[in-house]
Ligand binder design. Structure first.
Ligand code: PA5
Length: 428
């Protein structure tokens, strides 16, 4: 297969000299990432080639084929990738659906979600690598009680799937004790890099989305990353340009603005990946650096009427990356019958796809007029393979950025500190 992604960076404000100077660092970053993968220290590259993974997913889907709803409970890295891919790939007219909760402790939200479920037709997929995250686990315990009240404890246990660490944590222990169906999260894959494991792939496959095609897309990006020089590789180029914008131009706000409603959630997945991986107090040597770009999730064309005024005329501290989907699924056009209308006649026959593409081009132009940098990722179309590519493109770009910044992209001490404090406030 060939890649369905292209990255146009010619409007990123970066001199070739800066990129040239970064070349050795970029090459070193690539080597380090490959070495982390080969040594098994990081598993997120290897996992997409693991032939056992699709089989595990298939089996779990087969065994739960009679259910129509999957209540997916998770937060952060155990939530956002599945949400993003479901929004992008949700099959039309499917009898199966995913319902997400657990990403907040807002009782009103959870109560509404649970009230709407028919437990006889529902499975719960509780996802937590640590198995001890308060948001996820409290939502799970509430949902489980409702399910048990409706079906009885024995039957409920047959409708619970726990996706968690292979060999540690409270959820793993509970899973053993209650005999819940178990799906593994490999130890060497951190939360926000786990979207292409059972964490994201089981719920998606349950909903009828082709998990193998997602993996195939991810494999394509890895193939390109390995075979191309780091200056030619688009994920590496993206990382390099954002890094230079931050370090050389003080452009630390890095916006992702897909022009596709189906990629709305994807921008939030990017936001977490970029923020949690790159925002660090210390560098890899343990020195205080307090570094990291601030990612922003935006949506075209909607945010042209909300954010673009700020991006074009406010502080010049941002980069914008658009995503353009070349071919949409539906072919809608303004009716030709309005041709004779004095005011709207000129819109007659214009395809919405052409309007949304023109809007992105117009925004790019407006930014350029004010010397504000932007880049565009072009996707041929939105499908399981291109989504797999997109996910891996950003995982690679994040890992490369981590190396360029000289920080550990895989830990999150700032998050852990909050998790610990929460437990002490709640006295648990
Ligand atoms: O990326 C991360 O590591 C975090 O965002 C975690 O995914 C998040 O805190 C949830 O953790 P867990 O899967 O242990 O419940």
């Amino acid at each position: 297969m060939s890649s369905q992604i292209n990255y146009d960076s010619k409007r990123m404000a970066c001199g070739p000299a800066d990129l040239k100077a970064l070349k050795p660092k970029l090459e070193a970053a690539k080597n380090k990432i490959l070495q982390l993968s080969e040594s098994g220290a990081q598993g997120w590259i290897d996992v997409v080639h693991d032939v056992k993974l699709p089989k595990i997913i298939d089996k779990a889907c087969r065994e739960n084929a009679k259910f129509t709803t999957c209540l997916v409970l998770g937060i952060g890295g155990s939530d956002l990738a599945a949400r993003a891919m479901y929004k992008a790939l949700k099959p039309a007219n499917s009898k199966k659906r995913l319902v997400f909760a657990g990403a907040n402790t807002d009782p009103d939200e959870l109560a509404e979600v649970l009230d709407d479920l028919d437990w006889k037709k529902t499975i719960i997929n509780v996802i937590s690598k640590s198995g001890e995250t308060i948001e996820t686990m409290s939502a799970f315990l509430i949902a489980r009680e409702k399910m048990e009240k409706s079906l009885g404890k024995k039957q409920a246990a047959k409708q619970i799937i726990a996706t968690t660490s292979e060999d540690s944590g409270a959820l793993r222990a509970l899973c053993e004790k209650e005999n819940y169906y178990f799906l593994p999260i490999p130890e060497n894959i951190g939360g926000r890099f786990s979207g292409l494991t059972a964490v994201g792939l089981f719920p998606l496959a349950f909903a009828g989305i082709n998990a193998r095609a997602i993996l195939k897309g991810a494999q394509e990006q890895i193939k390109l990353f390995k075979s191309q020089s780091s200056e030619k590789n688009k994920a590496a180029l993206f990382a390099a340009l954002q890094f230079l914008a931050y370090t050389k131009q003080k452009r630390g706000i890095q916006i992702l603005m897909p022009y596709a409603e189906r990629l709305r959630e994807f921008a939030f997945w990017y936001r977490q990946l970029w923020a949690e991986s790159l925002g660090k107090e210390k560098n890899a040597k343990g020195e205080a650096v307090n570094i990291g770009p601030t990612p922003v999730a935006a949506l075209g064309a909607t945010d042209q009427h909300s954010q673009i005024q700020l991006y074009t005329e406010g502080p010049d501290d941002k980069t914008v990356t658009f995503i353009e989907v070349k071919k949409f699924k539906f072919d809608l056009a303004v009716p030709k019958s309005v041709k004779s209308d004095k005011i709207f006649g000129k819109l007659a026959g214009i395809k919405l796809e052409n309007i949304i593409h023109a809007e992105r081009a117009a925004t790019e132009f407006a930014l350029q007029q004010k010397s504000r940098p932007s880049g565009t990722l072009y996707l041929k179309s939105l499908n399981a393979t291109s989504m797999g590519e997109l996910i891996m493109f950003f995982e690679l770009a994040t890992a490369i950025s981590g190396e360029l910044y000289g920080i550990n992209a895989y830990d999150q001490p700032g998050v852990e500190a909050g998790k610990m404090k929460l437990k002490s406030i709640l006295d648990i």
